[in-house]
Design a protein around this ligand. Structure first.
Ligand SMILES: NC(=O)c1ccc[n+]([C@@H]2O[C@H](COP(=O)([O-])OP(=O)(O)OC[C@H]3O[C@@H](n4cnc5c(N)ncnc54)[C@H](OP(=O)(O)O)[C@@H]3O)[C@@H](O)[C@H]2O)c1
Length: 287
């Protein structure tokens, strides 16, 4: 498979990370719960992503739980030197697959150790504190206590870099007073642009912005404009949505998720897609 011809890299902590990465959440079973539908394809997706040039994989031990981290380890350990694995802590799964906050010192410490064991590493590259004041969108509230716990685990050498997820600008400011924040992972895509100003502010500070649901997540992006632009370029709507994000700001790092080899190949090819000005203008009108 041809390797990605990346537009540019952006630092994630101390490593230059390619702008098109991979999000592993879809590898767990239905509802991000339990084992994968097709374990062999899940392993093949991970191996092909890395063979295709991906050096940034997003995961969490609460996907499954434990499922995606164990798949990553089985598929890729020992890891290539340039691979950055970003995990997240701050939530846990109920027996009914619900998403519950898990922000106490004991839960965060346990989560870091679970991630270390399941990924098979001595230190985690990047750990995002996933805020759970609300499940789907950021909501205000102090992140000081849980972030201080993570910063202490960083001082102990278990965590190399720290990021935040599902957070407001005020929470990012609070966080930067506690430790260095290398990335922010929030919900953002062509049709969901609440964070427009935040992305630009983070770019000025060399902080990576990693949109989750870049393709719409559980509700696939659908827009007649997107489909028309894609047709005109001989590309798929998903490739156009990813190419638009790559162009949107230099600090955006993509982690589209898929459990399908065919979809992975389609998504990686988006790095090659140049959007002409008229296409960008049409896409900008989608809100
Ligand atoms: N921090 C957070 O709170 C948070 C929340 C959600 C996700 N995340 C992270 O962000 C990553 C990306 O988000 P996501 O995976 O939820 O959503 P996404 O990347 O927006 O979309 C994934 C969905 O699109 C489908 N898909 C992907 N490529 C496709 C293609 N080329 N053609 C047709 N369908 C395609 C996938 O199904 P198939 O498997 O069938 O391809 C899946 O249903 C996750 O993997 C996870 O690592 C973080």
């Amino acid at each position: 498979m041809p390797r990605i011809n990346e537009p540019a890299a952006f630092p994630l902590g101390d490593r230059a990370t390619k702008r098109l990465g991979y999000g592993a959440m879809q590898l767990a079973g239905p509802g991000v719960f339990g084992p994968p539908r097709d374990p062999d394809e899940a392993l093949a997706v991970l191996r092909e992503a890395v063979a295709g040039g991906v050096n940034h994989i997003d995961t969490s031990d609460f996907y499954g739980p434990h499922t995606t981290n164990r798949l990553i380890r089985k598929a890729l350990h020992p890891y290539p030197d340039d691979l950055v694995i970003v995990t997240k802590v701050g939530a846990r799964r109920g027996a009914d697959a619900s998403w519950l906050p898990a922000c106490s010192a004991q839960e965060l410490t346990q989560a870091v150790h679970d991630n270390l064991r399941n990924l098979g590493v001595d230190v985690l590259d990047v750990v995002n504190l996933r805020s759970m004041f609300a499940i789907h969108e950021p909501a205000e509230g102090s992140i000081g206590e849980p972030l201080s716990v993570l910063a202490e685990l960083q001082r102990k050498g278990l965590v190399r870099h720290i990021g935040l997820s599902n957070v407001t600008p005020a929470q990012i400011e609070e966080g930067r007073g506690i430790c260095e924040i290398v990335c922010v992972q929030n919900h953002y895509n062509l049709a969901h642009r609440t964070d427009d100003a935040l992305i630009d502010a983070l770019a000025h500070r060399d902080i990576a912005y990693v949109p989750f649901f870049p393709l719409g997540g559980f509700a696939a992006l659908q827009s007649s404009t997107l489909s028309e632009v894609a047709r005109g370029l001989g590309a798929t709507p998903r490739q156009v949505a990813l190419a638009w994000l790559l162009r949107r700001a230099p600090n955006i790092l993509l982690i589209p998720g898929t459990a399908s080899l065919a979809h992975l190949r389609e998504n990686l090819a988006a790095a090659e897609l140049d959007l002409p000005e008229h296409a960008v203008a049409a896409l900008e009108a989608i809100r």
